[in-house]
Design a protein around this ligand. Sequence first.
Ligand SMILES: [Zn+2]
Length: 495
Amino acid sequence: MSDESQELGITESKSHKPGEWYAEVVQKAGLADYAPMGGFIVTKPRGYALWEQIQDALDGWFKETGVDNVYFPMFIPESFLEREKDIVEGFDPEVAWVTQGGHDELEERLAVRPTSESIIAPFMADWTRSHRDLPLRLNQWCSVVRWEATETKPFFRTKEFMWQEGHTAHATNEEAWEEVWTRLGQYERVYEDVLAIPVLRGKKPEHDKFPGADTTTTVEALMPDGKSVQGGTSHHLGQSFAEAFDITYVDEDEEERTAYTTSWGLSWRALGALVMTHSDDQGLVLPPTIAPTQVVIVPIWQEDTKEDVLEYSESIADDLEAAGFRVELDDRDERNPGFKFNEHELNGVPLRLEIGPYEVDDAEVTLVHRPDNEESVEDREEIVDTVDDHLETIYEKLYDTAAENLESNIREADSPEEIMGTIGKHGGYVKVPWCGDPACEEAIKEKVSAEIVMQPLEDQGGTTAGAPKAPDDEDATCAVCGEPADQLAYFAKSY
Ligand SMILES: [Zn+2]
């Protein structure tokens, strides 16, 4: 191995030092770098390309379901922020303020948006006159700033992060619930179909919901290190924002009514979950559904075979490209095949096609799967169908591994000691009957920094709020305090 190829390699181990390993993969696979100011990162081309894949998928689904994109200012006047008291209290410790413009002190300081309800809602009020203006569905792709003083972890913990935030207004509570479930379903679909990560759906406990929300619903993904990631949240805001910002409409019967609103967001934390879930000690592993390059063709030649090998490789690249695959033919002269293998492995290209003189002579292709190095030799003739099959198999391998991790890491407990012991030993989710008292969660949180990340619901769709699922046993008692328990809760450590 040359010095250069050692430079490429990942030196930390995922199982022993997941934090260091994660930081190394993100940097060496060219996803992101640290900015000069603590808490900020620079998203590099390969990282941004992944974010664009998520954007493309979600944005398409949003538009198919009646959402229009808009853009609002990144600054919010303090007086606007103060109109909804829960938002002020909820975000106060994390808001960054602008107090000066040029050389002049501002008359009213401006908040850098931590979320945009307070600047969007007044305009929604303006644009909503009659029932015919509803539903109103707006979305913006932007970044927000939350000044947390914690250690930077690219895509998981940064002061500024990219996301989309949807904001909608509806005539009825039922329509607002339908909206909440539609968006949560789309988040679930991004995780499962694009990122190959299974998720759990449910709601946040009352004391942990979005400031001002009626209900916060969530999709949660379990990482291989046993911690849960809040993958995306969809909030039913009831009428609190509509009341604070006068989002009212004249109904068919000429009566003035207050609308119901929702908001929903998914951030680039999804990229963090993607890297953490599938990648390994060789570097990034990407499902073909999101990989900017799905297939790399590496020709292997000597001087006397170069022309034939390249011509054959090009014809395969052309066929695959014409069929719509994202293909790269790596015909760089100055790099040997071994170097190329390592580099594409590090960058997570799901499928590698190796083509040398033997493949040319036998009209075959050698295919290697990134996740497990499984190698097979197939006929050149059916290459488009063959590649399609192999990419599907690679997606399934990744999804199945993540699904197994999830299934085998949901455990039950019926005492505080058992909850803490299980989380300490295995991580993952601990599913318990809960009385609903936040004090019972606090007792666990203080000792092992695990909290209730999700409560499964009876119904998670349609036009109604799902009630929290009840324990199977009617006489179940709270795993923490022993009082009667009418709901289930999932404890976990989380990112
Ligand atoms: Zn209790």
